[in-house]
Design a binder for this molecule. Structure first.
Ligand code: GLN
Length: 307
């Protein structure tokens, strides 16, 4: 693309065109607080070497949810090392939904990958620290050094999930039983629910995407995590970042991406830009309908598939 390409014009067009697809999706019902979102919202942001471009509801805050799995994995890889992490979690896609319990017993006795809930909970248990606060500060600190601002959580979402996260609780206790989880189960769950409740908007997510696109270097040019950790995490984003929708997404969009149940998607075009979309209505796999359609459209126009 030439340096004068009108990214703002393109993003505006894409939001207008794709917003209508919200009718094809639904708000998640299993975390009561998330049902309060406005399904008509749609935002898209792109962080490039030329700066931030955005269109639609890009300043609406939402919780990271599963997108947080990217950051706890980065912290665990950096603090505990590749071997310790892969002793507790595998690296294969599951083909099942993100909160499925079924393969835990029938496969290798460890979660198949760190992007499903079971895997992310196992990864959370590896984050070092004397208290949940101390462990959480490693995750929030990573985000603070990328975004250069303090991180907050949505207290209501955190409490809602803590109260109703029965399936995550079941996954965590099962993991404990098979020696898949370090430390106290309730503390690990608390950390997981906190990281899921971190508040961001599309503009933040696009910056984070650019940080990953730049192999772990923040906007000020400071290396924050190793290029190898970013490589591993980006690979998981390609193979498992959209759960059991990852294969179709790789064909249609073709970039490392991670979705969350509150409707955000973080996208990375390696070496080029960070992308972010928001649209709370979800498809049956738990991915944002509007977000995927916006990313498909952008991939068609900008031809950024890595494949
Ligand atoms: N907090 C959510 C859960 O644990 C995250 C899942 C998601 O975003 N897909 O169920």
């Amino acid at each position: 693309m030439s340096s004068v390409f009108d990214y703002s014009g393109l993003l505006n067009e894409v939001v207008q065109e794709c917003r209508k697809h919200a009718e094809r999706g639904q708000l998640p019902s299993y975390i009561p607080e998330l049902k309060k979102a406005d399904p008509q919202m749609a935002g898209v942001a792109m962080m490039t070497a030329r700066g931030l471009f955005e269109a639609g509801d890009t300043r609406q805050n939402f919780t990271l949810q599963s997108i947080s799995k990217v950051f706890s994995l980065l912290v665990a890889l950096e603090r505990r090392g590749v071997e310790v992490v892969f002793a507790k979690v595998g690296s294969e896609p599951t083909g099942d939904s993100f909160n499925s319990i079924v393969k835990l017993e029938t496969s290798e006795q460890k979660p198949l990958n760190p992007m499903i809930n079971a895997g992310a909970i196992a990864v959370c248990s590896l984050i070092p620290g004397a208290s949940v606060e101390e462990r959480f500060s490693l995750i929030s600190g990573l985000l603070e050094s990328i975004l250069d601002r303090p991180i907050e959580i949505d207290e209501a979402v955190y409490l809602s999930e803590k109260e109703t996260g029965h399936r995550n609780r079941a996954l965590a206790y099962f993991l404990k039983d098979i020696n898949g989880l370090e430390g106290d189960v309730e503390e690990v769950l608390d950390l997981y629910f906190r990281q899921c409740s971190i508040l961001v908007n599309c503009a933040d997510l696009a910056r984070i995407g650019m940080f990953l696109a730049a192999k772990g270097i923040n906007g000020a040019g400071t290396p924050i995590v190793s290029a190898n950790a970013v490589r591993l995490v980006s690979t998981f984003m390609v193979t498992c970042g959209m759960y059991n929708g990852s294969g179709e997404f790789a064909i249609q969009v073709g970039i490392p991406a991670k979705s969350g149940i509150s409707g955000g998607i973080l996208g990375v075009v390696p070496g080029q830009y960070g992308l972010a979309t928001y649209g709370p209505a979800l498809d049956r796999k738990g991915n944002s309908v509007v977000g995927i359609s916006m990313l498909r459209r952008l991939s068609d126009v900008l031809d950024f598939s890595i494949f």
